[in-house]
Design a protein around this ligand. Structure first.
Ligand code: DSN
Length: 412
């Protein structure tokens, strides 16, 4: 990438940008919610579209001069409709939590009862955690995964829903490795007249590629971030049935946000176009193959993998099965140039800042071109680092192996 003006005008920030590009190039990203956008997405992000105010929607703006912005936003919307078979799309949400806030705002009143997946079972903060606006404003009741197999127990979901009669059921997650039975969720919600809200932030790219089931045609409303498996810029979108279009749009603007970030909308549109290409189907299939190979490699080395494997791009590994905490493992892996995020495991007895697990994801490394053969090697190196976490010489040797592999799979 060419940063010649930035390097001249602001050497201090340029130096940090340069260091971050080097870190991303030479180190390995196994954080399940991250990815590398294409050069075309980066170029769209750096356009003067950022200069424009466009409160409102295409054809109905509160500022003049929006003809071109209308064009860009309409293209983005139409591409999402095609990707997810969506009836109505709002591409303005700035990120995942604001998108979810807008969904609640569109369908609920403060104090209404909502059902969501427990945080330590893989749910997201915005699915009703007490420290989050969702848990503060709404009355959340939560379902979990089964102790037996780590899968969401749909009979238990039904039992809780029939007993609690929530106004909305949220199905979605941040750290759950299995396919979601969207149809069953909808059938349960229909029995009590609840709205269905799918949060597909993690798996949107896999769903868009047809590699996982799509809730959009089934559910009332679905949100997703655009920067995880969908491989776009940071941001989010909301998709809903046509009958909810007005209330969703009003909740986003003027309910939650002011002017949309038009450079982000353009970059989202570029990513949506990329996701419509046949190569993206191959990418999504490889992401899942890589995650399955990773789960198997950990199992082969004696680690406990929650739910015993994965249907998507992520796995949660119980590090206490190797006598260390998630935080200790995260620190050891950082020393070898691998970024991961510590994670709670279902019914974790350890606190969220020092939980028992690590969440690994394959979206970013698959973008680099890494396949199953390298995955086996990566897990071997991770295991070696964990077994030698106090030995700085061995850790630095492993770091060189990781760097070498990363340089063989450049990000740009
Ligand atoms: N922070 C994201 C994740 O890592 O899953 C979700 O918001």
């Amino acid at each position: 990438m060419n940063y010649s003006t930035l390097s001249q005008k602001d050497p201090e920030i340029y130096k940090s940008v340069y260091k971050e590009i080097k870190r991303q190039s030479e180190e390995m990203e196994l954080i399940a919610s991250e990815n590398y956008v294409s050069k075309a997405v980066l170029e769209a992000l750096a356009t003067p579209l950022t200069n424009k105010y466009s409160e409102g929607y295409p054809g109905k703006r509160y500022y003049g001069g929006n003809q071109v912005i209308d064009e860009v936003e309409t293209i983005a919307i139409n591409r999402v409709k095609k990707l997810f078979s969506a009836e109505h799309v709002n591409v303005q949400p700035l990120s995942g939590s604001p998108a979810n806030a807008a969904v609640y705002f569109a369908f609920l009143k403060p104090g209404d009862k909502v059902m969501g997946l427990k945080l330590d079972h893989g749910g997201h903060l915005s699915h009703g955690h007490p420290v989050n606006f969702s848990g503060m404003l709404y009355n959340f009741v939560q379902y979990g995964v089964s102790d037996k197999d780590g899968y969401i127990n749909m009979d238990e979901v039904e039992e809780i829903a029939l007993r609690e009669k929530p106004k909305m059921i949220v199905a979605g997650f941040s750290a759950y490795s299995r396919e979601i039975d969207w149809k069953r969720f909808k059938e349960i919600a229909d029995k009590i007249g609840a709205f269905t809200f799918g949060d597909i932030a993690h798996t949107a790219g896999l769903i868009a590629a047809g590699a996982m089931n799509n809730p959009v045609p089934i559910f009332d409303v679905t949100s997703t971030t655009t920067h995880k498996t969908l491989r776009g810029p940071r941001g989010a979108i909301i998709m809903c049935k046509a009958q909810f279009a007005k209330q969703v749009d009003r909740a986003v603007f003027p309910g939650m946000q002011g002017g949309p970030h038009n450079h982000m909308t353009a970059a989202k549109a570029v990513a949506f176009r990329e996701a419509l290409q046949p190569e993206f189907k191959e990418y999504a299939a490889q992401v899942i193959k890589n995650a399955q190979a990773m789960a198997k490699s950990f199992l082969d080395l004696g680690y406990r993998v929650i739910s015993g494997g994965t249907d998507n791009h992520l796995i949660v590994v119980d590090m206490t099965s190797k006598n260390l905490s998630g935080k200790e493992a995260e620190v050891a892996l950082e020393k070898i140039g691998i970024s991961v995020s510590r994670s709670t495991i279902p019914n974790d007895t350890n606190p969220p800042m020092n939980p028992s697990g690590i969440r690994f994801g394959t979206a970013a490394i698959t973008t680099r071109g890494i396949k199953e053969k390298e995955i086996i090697k990566i897990v071997e190196l991770i295991n070696k680092a964990i077994e030698n976490k106090e030995n700085d010489n061995i850790l630095s040797e492993i770091k060189s192996n990781i760097r070498e592999m990363c340089l063989a799979f450049p990000i740009y």
